[in-house]
Design a protein. Structure first.
Length: 436
């Protein structure tokens, strides 16, 4: 691992950029709700004005990436069509429609007469986000950062450098036009800088890596900055013996082919033995017609699956039109398999039995557990968050798709009138602890 990534000390240029973002984030954190919304609208306007330049940059990035022979999954994420860009621009505006996450009073309590405690949400500070390909992520992350009063340092994959640079240029111009400091959004383009970010604990308050499991683990082990971890998306769908067959076929297909490069697409399909034969009889030609390569255990191979799975297949995130299939004896075996191989992202069950569904959902320890619906719904936009900065597979919050609510922390505000603890020790004053 140490031979793959290095963590160099940040150079003067990076330190200067980091300090600019830190200072800008302080200004943003003190900006009221309406001015942050205004900034988002200006950012969207400037993205629209620069559509031609952004798409031209993306075409150049894509052509270079194709020549280098990068994977189909990364190429799919890299490609930014005009429609996809317009959706991203609209997404920036819609983040402004979301409730202000800052200055929300979570607790208001009278501790004693004249002594009032409040717990209120505040911005985290500076976010450091490292991600692969997906230039649309720049728009999502930046809009969420500004909406929540944070600054952000971005490092995308080198294959998208031209696109990311064009997008960030437009976003910064939008910030400036709205009257806010453009340095609140900063793009890094070198691999050295992305690793040096890990040593910027005086400037960055939260690291959000969106890449391979190997990268996420390395970052978690090599920084003193808190990490919002998004590792592999090894998602499962279990077809119970009491499943509606047509629903099982429709949902399993959507889970795999709707966007196979997504982290919420399934990689393994678990099928109860009592429904396996009738299900696979229809599922195999269905998946074949969509050019999905099916890999299975011995029992599923005996029922027509062409390729036999290895142990490695059960723990692989394909991000491609490849699906592992395993036949299980019962719900317990399905849960055991998921507990061993799931990345705790999203796992689902198809069944008409509510007791079975509840047992599955209460036992499987993943950020998302779904019943009778596609795992592809595990997404901040589809959850109504407006957009997401990432997906966390850790147990502690924030967990699952992380939108605005995951980009604020809280502070305690205590206002008194000369109150001293000694008065309480001596009995002159008493605690009332009354919620207001």
């Amino acid at each position: 691992m140490g031979n793959i990534f290095e963590v160099p000390q940040p150079g003067n240029d990076l330190l200067e950029k980091a300090d600019q973002v830190r200072l800008a984030s302080i200004k943003i954190s003190q900006t009221d709700n309406q001015n942050r919304i205004k900034a988002l609208n200006f950012m969207a306007d400037y993205l629209k004005k620069n559509t031609k330049e952004i798409l031209e940059a993306n075409n150049e990035d894509y052509a270079r990436a194709e020549k280098k022979g990068i994977s189909k999954a990364l190429l799919s994420r890299l490609k930014l069509s005009k429609e996809k860009l317009n959706l991203g621009i609209e997404g920036v505006r819609k983040v402004g429609d979301l409730a202000d996450p800052v200055n929300q009073v979570q607790i208001k309590r009278e501790l004693s007469k004249g002594l009032i405690l409040e717990r209120k949400t505040v911005p985290i500070g500076v976010l450091g986000v490292i991600f692969e390909s997906r230039p649309d992520a720049v728009m999502q992350i930046s809009s969420l950062a500004i909406r929540s009063g944070n600054g952000v340092m971005l490092k995308g994959g080198s294959e998208a450098n031209l696109t990311n640079t064009a997008i960030v240029h437009a976003l910064q111009n939008g910030l400036s036009a709205s009257g806010l400091d453009k340095n609140a959004i900063c793009l890094l383009t070198s691999r050295k800088d992305s690793m040096s970010m890990l040593n910027l604990e005086k400037y960055i308050n939260l690291i959000i890596p969106r890449g391979s499991n190997e990268l996420v683990k390395f970052i978690q082990e090599n920084t003193r900055i808190p990490v919002l971890g998004h590792a592999d998306g090894i998602c499962h769908l279990y077809i119970d013996n009491e499943a509606n067959l047509e629903m099982a076929l429709s949902v399993s297909l959507d889970c795999k082919i709707q966007y196979p490069a997504a982290c919420n697409a399934i990689e393994t399909l678990l099928v109860h033995k009592d429904i396996a034969e009738v299900f696979l009889k229809k599922a195999i030609p269905m998946f074949n017609s969509h050019e999905v390569k099916l890999i299975g255990d011995k029992r599923s191979v005996a029922m027509g699956i062409k390729y036999e799975a290895s142990f490695e297949d059960w723990q692989t995130e394909y991000l491609d039109l490849i699906l592992s299939i395993k036949i299980v004896d019962d719900l317990n075996e399905a849960i055991t398999h998921i507990q061993e191989f799931s990345s705790k992202h999203t796992d689902g069950i198809i069944t008409e039995n509510s007791i079975t569904a509840n047992k599955f959902m209460n036992t499987v320890d993943s950020a998302g557990v779904f019943h009778n619906c596609s795992t592809r719904f595990a997404d901040g936009f589809r959850y109504g968050f407006g957009a997401e900065v990432g997906i966390s597979t850790q147990t502690l919050p924030p967990r699952g798709p992380v939108g605005l609510e995951g980009l604020v922390t809280y502070k305690y505000f205590l206002k008194g009138d000369g109150n001293i603890v000694d008065d309480f020790s001596s009995g002159k004053a008493i605690f009332t602890h009354k919620d207001l």
